[in-house]
Design a protein around this ligand. Structure first.
Ligand SMILES: [Zn+2]
Ligand SMILES: [Zn+2]
Length: 318
């Protein structure tokens, strides 16, 4: 070895020496990086336990209704303006309710099928500082079969007879929304628009129970209603992955609520799984977040796996 080394030309030795410095340099940078963002550790990513989810509802009182005397929103709650007199849907979740009173997403039947739609959806910023969203409200992914097929597992609980049809979407929001002096209550119908092209509804059914825990949804966490509008109640993995596959750090944007603030997936700044306890009375919080390609210290909502799932009240002005 020593004799061989002697005959190695000087230029090659210097080249080897230089590249070893370069390699050392690279290694050093890799070692520094995890200290910088704190999210590159090797611990397993936070995964949700979908077998024990807390029920929402008027009982146990985390659905507050303004026109029935609940004048303020509250943390861990959904603040509705009112309940329709002619509510419909499933009210029996006993077959996927655990002995401890929680519900099991994995035991609840799903609406099967893969029906494809011709989705149109566009988000743009105009010259007046507005975000303009247009589309036809159809999702850019397949849905389950609606009306729910008689005889299917889901039909036993929820005979949802409604079809999915097109609806013209035209939303104009401030590109940089502001928090209102007071939050406001949520009406029924769309609370937001998902980047998949369809509506996001809040977590209550028209009966005043936890829609995600009672109504029969497809694998994307969506279904349709009497207005024939396909919409989401739950951040199903297929919906999240369809919009953006999460790897590390804060979740990506999943849509816009009707006050113009964004709604992101269920992961927080350090890649941790968020629950409603981590969020305020409107189911959001404020920290620097990616917004139109730049980091902005801005209020935003999060989808979580626990009630109220997406929004508790409007923090801005709808
Ligand atoms: Zn619904
Ligand atoms: Zn966040």
């Amino acid at each position: 070895m020593r004799t061989n080394f002697k005959h190695v030309p000087l230029t090659l030795i210097s080249l080897l020496f230089t590249s070893s410095i370069l390699l050392t340099g690279c290694k050093k940078e890799e070692n520094i990086e995890p200290v910088d963002n704190g999210e590159n550790n090797t611990s397993s990513p936070a995964t949700p336990d979908l077998s024990h989810l807390p029920f929402g509802g008027i009982h146990p009182s985390n659905i507050l209704i303004k026109n029935q005397g609940n004048g303020q929103p509250d943390s861990l709650s959904l603040w509705l303006c009112g309940l329709p007199a002619d509510g419909a849907g499933n009210s029996d979740a006993s077959d996927w309710t655990n002995p401890d009173g929680s519900w099991d997403y994995n035991l609840k039947p799903q609406v099967g099928g893969n029906v494809y739609w011709n989705s149109q959806f566009n988000v743009s910023l105009d010259s007046n500082g507005n975000r303009v969203i247009t589309g036809n409200a159809l999702p850019s992914h397949p849905t389950g079969v609606f009306p729910i097929t008689p005889g299917s597992a889901a039909y036993k609980y929820d005979g949802n007879p409604n079809i999915i049809s097109e609806h013209e979407i035209l939303y104009t929001f401030p590109a940089m929304p502001q928090e209102a002096a007071q939050p406001s209550c949520l009406p029924f119908g769309p609370s937001g628009i998902s980047l998949s092209g369809s509506a996001i509804y809040h977590g209550s059914s028209t009966l005043g129970n936890d829609a995600a825990a009672h109504e029969m949804l497809d694998r994307f966490g969506g279904h349709t209603d009497g207005t024939e509008r396909y919409h989401y109640h739950f951040p199903a993995q297929d919906l999240q992955d369809h919009i953006h596959v999460h790897t590390t750090g804060h979740s990506a944007l999943m849509g816009y609520m009707l006050d113009g603030f964004g709604i992101y997936g269920p992961y927080g700044e350090n890649g941790e799984l968020l629950t409603s306890k981590d969020l305020d009375e409107c189911h959001g919080h404020k920290h620097p977040v990616l917004w139109d390609g730049v980091m902005v210290d801005l209020y935003h909502y999060h989808w979580t796996y626990d009630f109220p799932y997406n929004i508790g009240c409007f923090k801005g002005t709808p």
